[in-house]
Design a protein around this ligand. Structure first.
Ligand code: PLP
Length: 370
């Protein structure tokens, strides 16, 4: 396979434009500064992790062994029951949310889904895909679910099981729902059967080390947790992790002769490269490295918030959040820095975000107000 010179030139142009865009995005929670060069050699294989990572299969050009180690790492981090958990590497947080709600629906086929208005759009996609009855619950101004509204909405369906998607870091404000309080509210209104899926897309890797730790893991009573791998840890392509209770996964399992394994995952063919990337990240970092990276990002987030406020821009952030929220920025700033904007704008200080980038943005935002 060889390319003509025009096509080669187009590739070079695409590379330059992606490189330029990569140098100035601040509005999406994607880590920037990762170095996975030792893993590039794996790209020459048709790696495919099809099948269940915990079972041998016919196709062996896979990274199941590394995938299992990543799953084990997050299962421990999320205090999953010993030998009572299962998981796999997904294409990202969206797949994790669909999978979590799928397990919930199979556990409680007549369940009603509840999630807050501030949930990621993948959650409403999941309930539509799964044809779940659902209610959208109001949020508080800082992004956390409104427990009174949850009580109101759930009391209407008190005779039906509740399938909850709890946000452990909402997309725009990094608001965190309290899964213990959600459970208490549901019990108080008479809901007896509850499945809780925690969407910890960004915060999953660092939420367990926060003090106080937000209640969102298996010992806090959740049934599945998902994270995105490319958000905090960083990856050159989207990926995520889902951890779930094994008993719920066994309900959806089908044995497939064609692959010589069980079909437990959402996709058939699955990426074999991203499990190696995530394995590499957690082996290099460990918990200590994750904490160090979080502390650096948090210091910069606090700095950004303070500097914007000092210039008269009403910025704020949730406790221990890497997301700094401020009034919507104007189009030119939004376009240049790729700032996600709804009713508010935000910056997410992920690993690899530099003080120089933030200073330039802070000045640009302050200038528009002058
Ligand atoms: C809270 C939350 N959940 C889920 C997702 C979806 O994750 P992904 O883009 O990895 O599919 C996002 C993405 O921003 C998110 O912020």
């Amino acid at each position: 396979m060889t390319l003509g010179s025009q096509d080669l030139e187009r590739l070079d142009q695409l590379f330059c434009s992606m490189q330029d865009a990569n140098a100035c995005f601040l509005g999406y929670p994607f880590a920037k500064d990762f170095k996975y060069e030792p893993l590039w050699r794996f790209l020459k294989f048709t790696g495919n992790n099809l099948g269940d990572p915990f079972e041998p299969g016919t196709y062996r050009v896979n990274s199941h062994a590394f995938e299992r180690e990543v799953v084990d790492f997050f299962a421990q981090l999320f205090r999953a029951p010993d030998r009572g958990f299962w998981g796999y590497i997904t294409n990202g947080g969206t797949e994790g949310n669909i999978y979590g709600l799928y397990l919930g629906r199979e556990r409680y086929p007549d369940g009603v889904a509840y999630f807050s208005r501030d949930s990621h759009y993948s959650v409403s996609k999941a309930v539509r895909l799964l044809r779940l009855e659902y209610a959208v619950v109001d949020s508080q101004s800082h992004g956390e679910i409104n427990y009174d509204d949850l009580a109101r909405k759930a009391s209407g369906g008190r005779n039906r099981p509740a399938l909850i998607v709890a946000n452990i870091g909402t997309t725009m404000k990094e608001g965190r729902d309290d899964t213990s309080r959600i459970r208490a509210v549901l019990r108080d209104v008479g809901v007896r059967e509850i499945y809780i899926h925690a969407d910890a897309a960004l915060c999953g890797p660092y939420a367990p080390i926060l003090s106080p730790k937000p209640p969102f893991d298996f010992e806090d009573g959740v049934d599945s947790v998902t994270i995105s791998g490319h958000k905090f840890l960083g990856a050159p392509m989207p990926c995520g992790v889902i951890i779930a209770r094994k008993s719920n996964v066994q309900r959806v399992l089908r044995a497939i002769d064609y692959i010589g394994s069980s079909d437990t995952t959402l996709s058939g063919s699955r990426n074999a490269y991203t499990p190696i990337v995530l394995w590499y990240a957690i082996r290099c970092l460990g918990i200590v490295g994750i904490k160090r990276m979080f502390d650096q990002c948090e210091r910069l987030a606090a700095y950004t918030c303070d500097e914007l406020n000092a210039r008269g821009v009403g910025a704020w952030r949730n406790p221990y959040a890497l997301t700094v929220v401020f009034p919507p920025v104007e189009e030119a700033i939004k376009a240049k820095w790729q700032i996600a904007t709804q009713d508010v704008s935000h910056v997410v200080v992920t690993p690899g975000t530099t003080k120089d980038q933030l200073d330039t943005l802070i000045e640009a935002i302050a200038d528009t107000g002058r």
